[in-house]
Design a protein around this ligand. Structure first.
Ligand SMILES: NC(=O)c1ccc[n+]([C@@H]2O[C@H](COP(=O)([O-])OP(=O)(O)OC[C@H]3O[C@@H](n4cnc5c(N)ncnc54)[C@H](OP(=O)(O)O)[C@@H]3O)[C@@H](O)[C@H]2O)c1
Length: 361
């Protein structure tokens, strides 16, 4: 294949996309060309577009004009190298564009990872500049590539939230309310809470009626509450709200219901991306954005370098194994199909039991 295929997204109208094909780029000294043979697609990628300007997600793989390349988590082979430390045939896991190929500039090379040190990436969040060289990793991880693309980045966040709640004694809460619990980040957290015998807090999952059966099948919530039925939540028990939905009305309903018993309110995601807005003053704890890097930095200091991410990876693998039978992986192998699925994601037409894996090679 001597063409690179990419899907670009209009940064002002996410439903508008463009398929771009071009000859493979020529490498400059120090660069490698990678062929991306798989990447996962979930609402998290929609959120990368939503916060593309604020956090800088558009900056990793810049496009022209108002177009943007939404980043995804994927695996790739090095197919051409002008970088002495990285041979052709190296296998990578990391942050790629929705594309068949990409050019990286490896630096700070170790046996098990490198950083992309391209000038245009230097001011962007460092986390996403790291690429794992997976052949140096344990075999069980090498055998979990699909899970790594589709689930690990989300379950790792679930783990960091889980750890943050434990670390803070749940702020005194007796129940954890999870908004948009059918999301991978949401049920990942519910699973970790449910599977820890030391956790006594009740786990209450909030979801839409269409997704109740899926969440109930997972069996990780003490109670599943359908949107609109929030009055079923026990307002006499102190609660922490972990919100993956970003739905301001839902947030207001829960805060007004719980009042001072809302002891912490963590905003993590925005699956209901068109239901965001200004919440104004709400009763109970002031909602705040959950910032995973703060908790990761705290644990780096508490536990030593690399330990928190290793624990997150092990926890992700455990949950991925447990939910294996509840998710069916689908492969999309053309750019038109990817564009259609991207729109389906925006329009809430992807059931939580579908695991979308893409290859544009
Ligand atoms: N802050 C962080 O560090 C961080 C890290 C990871 C993930 N996140 C965020 O967590 C959220 C979940 O990500 P994910 O990849 O785990 O999600 P996902 O598995 O793709 O979530 C699917 C669920 O989200 C809801 N949903 C999806 N699209 C929707 C739409 N267009 N309108 C309304 N609801 C929709 C539905 O759940 P319900 O019916 O249950 O609502 C659906 O079952 C994302 O917003 C992501 O950015 C944040």
């Amino acid at each position: 294949m001597n063409q690179c295929t990419e899907l670009w997204v209009d940064r002002k109208d996410y439903r508008n996309t463009r398929i771009v094909s071009a000859p493979l780029p020529a490498l400059r000294e120090g660069e490698v060309l990678v062929a991306i043979d798989r990447f996962g697609l979930t609402s998290n990628n929609v959120s990368y577009a939503l916060s593309g300007d604020m956090i800088g997600y558009w900056g990793y793989y810049p496009a022209e004009g108002d177009w943007g390349k939404v980043p995804v988590w994927g695996c790739a082979n090095v197919v051409e190298s002008s970088c002495p430390g990285i041979p052709v045939g190296d296998r990578l896991w990391g942050f790629f564009p929705m594309a068949s190929h990409a050019v990286l500039r490896p630096g700070k090379i170790r046996d098990d990872q490198f950083l992309d040190v391209s000038e245009h990436r230097s001011a962007l969040p460092a986390l996403y500049n790291g690429y794992r060289r997976t052949r140096a990793e344990p075999e069980f991880l090498q055998a979990m590539e699909v899970e790594r693309c589709l689930l690990f980045p989300l379950f790792a966040t679930s783990f960091v939230i889980f750890d943050y709640l434990l670390d803070n004694d749940f702020f005194g809460a007796r129940q954890v309310l999870i908004g948009s619990v059918s999301s991978k980040t949401g049920f990942g957290l519910a699973e970790m809470l449910h599977n820890d015998p030391g956790v006594t807090q009740r786990v209450i999952g909030l979801t839409s009626s269409a997704n109740v059966a899926f969440v109930e099948r997972l069996g990780c919530c003490d109670e599943v509450v359908v949107y609109g039925d929030e009055a079923r939540v026990d307002a006499t028990l102190p609660a922490v709200y972990v919100d993956m939905s970003g739905d301001t009305k839902l947030q207001a309903v829960l805060h007004n219901l719980l009042g001072d018993n809302m002891v912490a309110s963590e905003m993590v995601g925005a699956t209901h991306w068109e239901a965001r807005g200004a919440a104004g003053d709400l009763p109970g704890a002031k909602p705040k954005f959950f910032f995973a890097p703060s908790q990761i930095a705290k644990r780096e200091a508490d536990w030593g370098p690399g330990v928190v991410m290793m624990r997150a990876m092990m926890a992700s693998a455990e949950v991925a194994k447990k939910v294996q039978g509840d998710l069916s992986v689908e492969w999309i192998r053309d750019a038109e199909g990817l564009a259609a699925l991207w729109r389906d994601l925006l329009d809430n037409k992807v059931s939580p039991s579908r695991g979308l894996m893409v290859s544009l090679l």
